[in-house]
Design a binder for this molecule. Sequence first.
Ligand SMILES: CC(C)=CCC/C(C)=C/CC/C(C)=C/CC/C(C)=C/COP(=O)(O)OP(=O)(O)O
Length: 420
Amino acid sequence: MAIILVRAASPGLSDAHVHGSLLQCSSPLQLKRRVPPRSSGRWMLCSLRYACLGLDPGEIGRTSAVYSSLAVNPAGEAVVSSEQKVYDVVLKQAALLKRQLRSQTPPVLDVRPQQLDMPRNRLNLKEAYARCGDICEEYAKTFYLGTLLMTEERRRAIWAIYVWCRRTDELVDGPNANYITPTALDRWEKRLEDLFAGRPYDMLDAALSDTISRFPIDIQPFRDMIEGMRSDLRKARYKNFDELYMYCYYVAGTVGLMSVPVMGIAPESKATTESVYSAALALGIANQLTNILRDVGEDARRGRIYLPQDELAQAGLSDEDIFNGVVTNRWRNFMKQQIKRARMFFEEAERGVTELSQASRWPVWASLLLYRQILDEVEANDYNNFTKRAYVGKGKKLLALPVAYGKSLLLPVSLRNSQT
Ligand SMILES: CC(C)=CCC/C(C)=C/CC/C(C)=C/CC/C(C)=C/COP(=O)(O)OP(=O)(O)O
């Protein structure tokens, strides 16, 4: 008998969803007694008792690792999962935003960027934001077009955040990536602290300094993204989904958390701030998982395999199979499961988009629909993500825009539910 602590993949998930996940992964586990779920706080279900008939504790660990909602170590003991750790960040971000909205005062900075308010510098700021816009347009055209639908202040802020993320990513993925050391990342973090304290190093940093003086943005997701780059330097394999989840949070979930204070929550929304942050986090995770599934071959050629090692082994696949890049039925079945999980995160994200302020919904819907279509393309390529790059054609991209627009007009889900 083992006690498994279970938490929904997010507080937005229904109990049925969690049970569904459990039952799917529990073919060798037999449900002895189901304790009615308690939706208290972040632990939706606690201490479910499962009879693990004919299973050793290691087996439970391996089975449960398939789903991030289960957190048990190989000894069958509950452990703090990556998801739990990340959810603590979500709570902190949501609390900051709520405090800010209550007080309606600008966020407290260690040092307000006084110099940025001077007329001459205001001119420089205009240039700085324009430069951020140019970079965003150059590297992420569709995303850039989406930002044009936002108010000017929000649009500029999103560009500044985008540019900082891009520069951070370039440190480990750009042309100088081979020379990047942990010390260089430490320096980048020091620079981040300075810009948060109103002491930007260059004009692109100055745009972000200004942005964080206007919106209640916390430094933690930025720090965490740098941590993700550190992890990318030392790690080329991920033992299980829990490790991969943490990586996805670091490099993409953080972007979701950085964006919510700028995008804003609809004034009429009845959703909790935590649930909107959770949805934003889910969109980052979904995008990153999709990115990983699209780029399996490309990553393997750089010696990297982001797919969870335990799940590969369970599917009878090895690193060699990935390096050899032959599409087999085993690979297809494995990919189907991976795609299913990525779609679950997209579904979770969908519930939050409707809660965003009206002007932010269209671009977010558009990017969600476009990125999710990459998964359809992987399927259409018969799961050959070794040598074929899943690509969403221009026609489909264009079609997504009116669909996204239509969705952005819908009332927030929280409001629809409260009206029925
Ligand atoms: C859903 C709610 C409530 C809010 C939205 C919050 C947002 C904007 C979340 C999105 C987070 C995001 C954009 C994460 C980055 C994910 C990612 C994998 C980007 C890929 O970047 P590139 O590597 O440049 O992509 P390509 O390789 O596809 O060009």
